[in-house]
Design a protein around this ligand. Structure first.
Ligand code: HPA
Length: 272
């Protein structure tokens, strides 16, 4: 993908809007896009060279508009490694966002819980991730223009933003868990033994997205806020294996809280 040219096509379609925050909407969380005011929709298929999504529940379009007084750019539909996309393609998508002037990225996802006391329908604020030995989006020649060869990941999920989100959740009476997200490449769900391994490794939730986007964003100097909607307990922690349908239903339940949290966070940026 030609980063500059692709960004230019999108810029022209944004009709003078200059969003600085992008929100990637995960499985079943696309409804937030409908809350945007004065919005413009740009289907990915209208952007020459831009990849297409193939997952049910992932529409495949940008929506740009106002949310709580901020101009935001929502990605309704993301690119997963299990669809066969190379990790480097995810890096290119993030570099397009950077080229558009995005300074902060809010990533949302559906994830499985690794604790029986973090049930389906919960929200988990991501404080860190584990993804050793999965394809890294930065593999390949490094372009110093975008970021360093060996980026620091010690504050990948910005601590100040996390503190703000925790305080907002408390004010609104939203129960917010905080934990470490493990990237499982998918598309199959984990085995029982794998879930036990992830618990031992210190992970709190498992999902099939987010990590490549976050690595690219951190590398490119974009601040990150990550929120998981817990749609099921990991394999073996509940009686029946999770289905994609169950994932979508539980996401819908928690998405109301998640939407309120994101809206109040953006509102605070406007007024603070
Ligand atoms: N495992 C991996 N990815 C997921 C899960 C899960 O249990 N639930 C939602 N996404």
């Amino acid at each position: 993908m030609n980063i500059v040219q692709t960004a230019q096509i999108i810029k022209e379609k944004l009709q003078g809007k200059h969003p600085q925050t992008a929100i990637i909407l995960g499985s079943g969380l696309g409804a937030l896009g409908q809350e945007l005011q004065n919005s413009i929709t740009i289907p990915y298929k209208e952007i020459a060279g831009f990849p297409q999504t193939s997952v049910k529940g992932h529409t495949g379009q940008f929506i740009c508009g106002n949310l709580s007084g901020q101009e935001v750019l929502c990605l309704q539909g993301r690119f997963h490694l299990y669809e066969g996309h190379p990790a480097t393609l995810i890096n290119e998508v993030i570099l397009v966002l950077r080229e558009l002037g995005i300074k902060e990225l809010i990533v949302t996802n559906a994830a499985g819980s690794l604790h029986t006391d973090m049930p389906a329908g919960s929200i988990m604020l991501i404080k860190d991730h584990i993804s050793i030995n999965t394809p890294n989006p930065l593999i390949g020649p490094d372009d110093e223009k975008y970021g360093p060869r060996f980026p620091d990941m010690s504050n990948a999920y910005d601590e100040k933003i996390r503190a703000q989100i925790k305080s907002l959740a408390q004010k609104q009476g939203i129960t917010l868990y905080e934990g470490t997200y493990f990237l499982s490449i998918g598309p199959c769900f984990e085995t029982k033994a794998e879930i036990k391994m992830l618990q031992t490794l210190g992970a709190d939730a498992v999902g099939m997205s987010t990590v490549p986007e976050v690595i690219s964003a951190v590398h490119a100097g974009i601040k990150v806020l990550g929120l998981s909607v817990i749609t099921n307990l990991g394999t073996g922690l509940q009686k029946e294996a999770p289905s994609h349908q169950e994932t979508l239903e539980n996401a819908a339940k928690a998405s109301k809280d998640l939407t309120n949290l994101i809206k109040s966070y953006l509102g605070e940026k406007t007024h603070g």
